[in-house]
Design a protein around this ligand. Sequence first.
Ligand code: TNX
Length: 538
Amino acid sequence: MDLIPQPRRTRTEGGTFELGAGTRLEVGRGAEPTARWLRGVLGPATGLDFPAGAGGERGSTVRLTVDPALGREAYRLTVGPDTLRLTGGDAAGVFWAAQTLRQLMDPAAFRRAPVRRDRTWTVPVCDIEDRPRFHWRGFMLDVARHFMPKDGVLRHLDLMAAHKLNVLHLHLTDDQGWRPEITRYPRLTEVGAWRHRTKVGLRESPLWDERPHGGYYTQDDLREIVAYAEDRHITVVPEIDIPGHSQAAIAAYPELGNADVVDTAALPVLPHWGVNPNVLAPAEATLRFYENVLAELLDIFPGTFFHIGGDECPKEQWRASPAAQARIAELGVADEDALQSALIRHFDRWLADRGRRLIGWDEILEGGLAEGAAVSSWQGYAGGIAAARAGHDVVMCPQGQVYLDWRQADGPDEPVPIAHVRTLEDVYRFEPVPAELTAAEAEHVIGTQANVWTEVLDSPRAVDYAVYPRLVALAEVAWSHLPAPAERDWSGFEARMRAHYARLDALGVEYRPPGGPLPWQRRPGVLGRPLDGPPPIV
Ligand code: TNX
């Protein structure tokens, strides 16, 4: 059946169920949204209407119901010759069952219009029981370095849903761009959403794209993204990165920066990449500003978690700034690390008072982690292990395993020769729960996600290439109950992938083909130097 992610238990019995003009949808309470979604995708793909009601004499029935006994996000899919049952433990479970149903059909079920109108649609008679390993199965998309227009984000939500991923972490702000409209501070997008030019490639690359780049989401765009995600049982976790990675905000409002040590009024939205010394001033006024920013966003993003970044905040300016030093004295904290920690704690309490939870990159552990805060462990496993041992929830996303901007092969043909090679198989053998943790500590690993940073991914096509197919492997790691990495059935996965590529093709995903990039996907000579290994290709 070539299902991805691999369900927990599948049984096939021979024979088929046929979907035809007479096929009806019988919808139980709580399953209505999935019925709407199914009609919305299978209708256009097949040309069938799926009228409501029980199947008549000659028609088959697809029955959607909720049975809480199955548990959160779990489902059972039972296909007989005349009746196809999708039963979810909750509304999400019904939805994941519908995703499996779509994979049980011909890959043409993933198209938006029928290629042939005279064909029949069948589903193998089978019985599937399934439930996820983790409830946080995520994908982080960096829309700050290169803007992804709203339609592209909606498309990624569809692709995530097809792989049973349920958390979209949107990296909304960085040195190179501010993407969410904030009505109280219009310059954040009037100024902060645009840069005059862009470094092509990393670090030593001498190349620049001299065209302006940018874009932003209006608050209604963001509401639409959230609603679209919700319809797909995906939670959107917004990230506003503080106190580092904030130069776009400083370019818009220079008073946010350390104006006593640098001429912050002269700072542009950053046109190049890397860890940047121009960080936020640790002042009361900065806290108020960001509280106001967050307040507008809490209204738009209803999820429990709010990501406040916290990564890569160099402390030189705080060391040099009399104002920052005065702040350290005033708060009675030991040093600059403790000052960052105090800042994070402030927002932890602020969010907790509003019924939310803070999540940040693992640097928020430095100088003591605020109670209740959760950690995205990106610098390897160590941060996640320390956090879990201290009783904090962790989302495992170590860069060496699941950074999808890292190159997929060696050699001159790879369009983004950055960092180290991470293949589809490497991602498939990624284990989110480190062996060092006790069973109780491991409970704190609430899930995993893959992250895609877009410094060198300057178009939705380039993002597709980096993300797919590797995100498919991550989805299986996050959903399926796989054995230890060494025992994973890689060749079985590869075999299922062969069928899955046909689905991705039907969806229009421009993944990296297993045989290497297509001619248009190769961009040798324009991108940056790998962190180690071969010399620069510039
Ligand atoms: C580190 S991962 C960063 C990002 C970069 C990425 C490049 C993290 C929390 N910070 O700002 O885009 O490396 O791979």
